[in-house]
Design a protein around this ligand. Structure first.
Ligand code: KG4
Ligand code: ZN
Length: 338
C-alpha cells in the first residue's frame, strides 16, 4: 500500500489530499479544497493576493486532510507538490511547505506538473488505459494532448490566444457576472435561447486543431454593447456557450483525425469540463465517432490536490522521485516532461 500526500497551490485554490494505492485499487482518503474569496472580489486572480491567501490557508488544509484520512503524518510514503506551471508566488508557498514537511517527516518528495495531473486524473477515476486523447480546457489552457504513457505526451493542438475558461470568465465579466464566469454562464444559459443570434465560430476553415477565443470574445463584446436591449442576458449566455461548444467539437473532430494509432478513449478534463451542456454535446459527438468519452467527476476536473497525489503515486511507483532542491517552474509545457 502506498499513501501519497498531494499539495496544490498553482492558482487560486489551496488544496491538500491523500490518495492510497494498493493491489485492491486506489482510494481518495481525503480531498480538501479551499477556494479563496478574495480573487472573486477582484474579478479575477491577483497573484500577490492569491499567494498570501495560500499562506493563510495551507496549514489548516493540511491538518484537515490528515484528520479526514484518519492517519498519522508518519503513515505517508511521500509528498507530491505542484511546482508548475502556474503563478510563482503561490507555487513557492506550496513547494516550501512541502519541502519543510518532507524534511520534518523524513519522506521523499515529488515535484508535479499541474498539467500532467489534469492529464492523468482519468486514470485515478476511470483507470483509463494508454493511449488516450485528452481535451484539457481550463482557465489557463485549452489543449489536445495525446497521453501515451507517464511522462510521454504529444501536444496536438493549443490555443493561439485566450483559453476557453478565460473566454467564459471575460464574457461573464462584460455582463457584470461574478468570477469565475463559466458556472455563471452555464446556469444563466439554461433560461436563454441559444439561437437568439449567431456568433462566429473561430478558425472554422483553418486546418489543424488549434483554438482561438479572443476573436469570439471581441464579437461577443460588440454584440453585447449593441444588442443589450434586444436580448436577455440569458440569451447572451446561451449563444456564447453554444459557440464555444461548437468550436471545441469542430476541433475535436480534427484532433481525432490527426491521431494515427488507435486510442482507448477521449478524456475531457480541466475546469471547463464541469460544464454539463458541453459534456452532453461531446457525448453525442463521441458516440457518433464510435469512441468512448470519459469525464472525471466535476470536483476532480477543477483544481484539486487528489490529482496531484495521484501523479505522485504514478511516478513514485516508477521510482521517479525529485531532489529536495527542485525549482519552481511557472512555465512548464507537458512536452518537456519525462
Ligand atoms: O482547471 P481550473 O479549475 O483552474 C485552472 O487551472 O485554470 O479551471 C478554471 C476555469 C475558469 O475559467 C472557470 O470559469 C471554468 O474553468 N469553469 C467553467 C465551469 N466551471 C469552471 N467553465 C464553463 N462551465 C462551467 N461549469
Ligand atoms: Zn488546473
Amino acid at each position: 500500500m502506498i499513501r501519497i500526500l498531494g499539495i496544490e497551490t498553482s492558482c487560486d485554490e489551496t488544496a491538500v489530499a491523500i490518495v492510497s494505492n494498493a493491489t485492491a485499487g486506489h482510494r481518495i482518503l481525503s480531498n480538501v479544497v479551499t477556494s479563496h474569496l478574495e480573487p472573486k472580489d477582484y474579478g479575477g486572480v491577483v497573484p500577490e493576493i492569491a499567494a498570501r491567501s495560500h499562506l493563510k490557508h495551507l496549514k489548516q488544509c493540511y491538518i484537515k486532510a490528515i484528520a479526514d484520512a484518519k492517519i498519522s503524518p508518519h503513515d505517508i510514503d511521500a509528498i507530491a507538490v505542484t511546482s508548475g506551471p502556474g503563478l510563482a508566488g503561490g507555487l513557492l508557498v506550496g513547494m516550501n511547505f512541502a519541502k519543510g514537511l518532507a524534511v520534518a517527516l523524513d519522506k521523499p518528495i515529488l515535484a508535479i506538473n499541474h498539467l500532467e495531473a489534469h492529464a492523468l486524473t482519468a486514470r485515478l477515476t476511470h483507470d483509463a488505459a494508454f493511449p488516450y486523447l485528452l481535451l484539457l480546457a481550463s482557465g489557463g489552457h485549452t489543449q489536445f494532448i495525446l497521453v501515451k504513457d507517464i511522462g510521454s505526451y504529444s501536444l496536438l493542438g493549443d490555443t493561439l490566444d485566450d483559453s476557453a475558461g478565460e473566454c467564459f470568465d471575460k464574457c461573464a465579466k462584460m455582463m457584470d457576472l461574478p468570477y469565475p464566469g463559466g458556472p455563471q454562464i452555464e446556469t444563466l444559459a439554461l433560461q436563454g435561447n441559444e439561437d437568439a443570434f449567431s456568433l462566429p465560430i473561430p478558425l472554422l476553415n483553418q486546418p489543424g486543431c488549434n483554438f482561438s477565443f479572443s476573436g469570439l470574445k471581441t464579437a461577443f463584446k460588440e454584440m453585447y454593447a449593441s444588442q443589450q436591449d434586444q436580448f436577455d442576458k440569458s440569451d447572451f449566455a446561451a449563444c456564447l456557450q453554444k459557440t464555444i461548444t461548437k468550436h471545441l467539437l469542430h476541433k475535436l473532430n480534427k484532433a481525432i483525425k490527426m491521431v494515427d494509432s488507435p486510442i482507448s478513449s477521449i478524456v475531457f478534463s480541466g475546469g471547463v469540463a464541469a460544464n454539463q451542456y458541453i459534456r452532453s454535446a461531446l457525448d453525442i459527438f463521441v458516440s457518433q465517432a464510435g469512441s468512448k468519452a470519459i469525464y472525471p467527476p466535476i470536483h476532480l476536473c477543477t483544481d484539486n490536490a487528489a490529482m496531484i497525489a495521484w501523479v505522485g503515486i504514478e511516478r513514485f511507483s516508477r521510482h521517479k522521485k525529485s531532489h529536495l532542491d527542485f525549482k519552481c517552474q511557472p512555465r512548464w509545457p507537458l512536452a518537456e516532461l519525462n
